[in-house]
Write a protein that binds this ligand. Structure first.
Ligand SMILES: O=C(O)c1cccc(C(=O)CC[C@H]2O[C@@H](n3cnc4c(=O)[nH]cnc43)[C@H](O)[C@@H]2O)c1
Length: 230
């Protein structure tokens, strides 16, 4: 066997044995993801809680106890109009904490601009490319771009407009990704974020959220992910 062949074989067997931690905010998302992966032993699907603080604490707690190779933040999300519609899948190419910074009379300053660190966590490039390419081969609508993390769900057209102007490549917002990715970063593990869109970001109308449909799509997405990551 030549060296390249041996190397490819070793990468493949490594991927087969890999252990993947998936963090969802609530039980309905966890259960949808679990239905999709259908008992695949690589996936350990756990609860992050709602919001970045609970997500970071719970992810770090789990990572401190066991050996994982990849961390995924998953669940439903709000999609930005004309970028990711209800009923689509979004995959993050960057995970951004969109409300971590300071408000000033001249607008928002991120912690990067304040000099306190970074509000952006890079996803694992190899995993992102592998998952995005695999998912895009399906018939399902898939969008890639930044996924924003906020502690407060956007509920007005004005905030949605501010966010789309400040983050022109953002496809969606949710509440846990940055917390999950921050914990993974501290444990030097690759992270990615994959979500399905239940509602558009904008004026709050909870009665219009397509949660059942988004959870069904999450099940399809995780089933696909199981194939793509194998
Ligand atoms: O009520 C239910 O049955 C139900 C089932 C599954 C999930 C939920 C949630 O409310 C999940 C909250 C979770 O969803 C993310 N999310 C969804 N849309 C948005 C949004 O527009 N802006 C920010 N976050 C959103 C978020 O990650 C929440 O943790 C309910």
């Amino acid at each position: 066997m030549d060296t390249l062949h041996k190397k490819k074989k070793s990468i493949r067997s490594k991927q087969k044995d890999q252990k993947i931690l998936v963090m969802t905010a609530v039980a309905a998302e966890r259960d949808a993801f679990l239905r999709g992966v259908n008992g695949d032993p690589r996936f350990d699907v756990r609860l992050a809680g709602v919001g970045p603080a609970a997500a970071a604490a719970n992810t770090a707690h789990i990572l401190s106890g066991d050996g994982y190779d990849l961390v995924i933040s998953s669940g439903i999300a709000g999609g930005f109009a004309h970028r990711a519609g209800v009923g689509s899948i979004v995959i993050a190419d960057k995970i951004i904490s969109a409300d971590l910074g300071a408000e000033t009379g001249d607008g928002f300053l991120s912690i990067d601009e304040l000099g306190f660190g970074s509000a952006t966590i890079a996803v694992d490039e190899y995993r992102f490319a592998e998952v995005a390419a695999g998912m895009k081969k399906s018939q399902l609508p898939v969008h890639t771009g930044s996924i924003l993390t906020l502690s407060t769900i956007t509920g007005t057209a004005a905030t949605a407009a501010h966010l789309t102007a400040r983050y022109p490549d953002a496809v969606a917002e949710a509440m846990e990704g940055f917390g999950v990715a921050q914990a993974a970063y501290i444990f030097q593990l690759p992270a990615i974020e994959i979500r399905t869109i239940s509602n558009l970001v904008g004026p709050r109308d909870r009665s219009n959220w397509k949660i059942t449909e988004a959870l069904q799509l999450l099940e399809q997405a995780s089933s696909l992910l199981k194939e793509v990551l194998s």
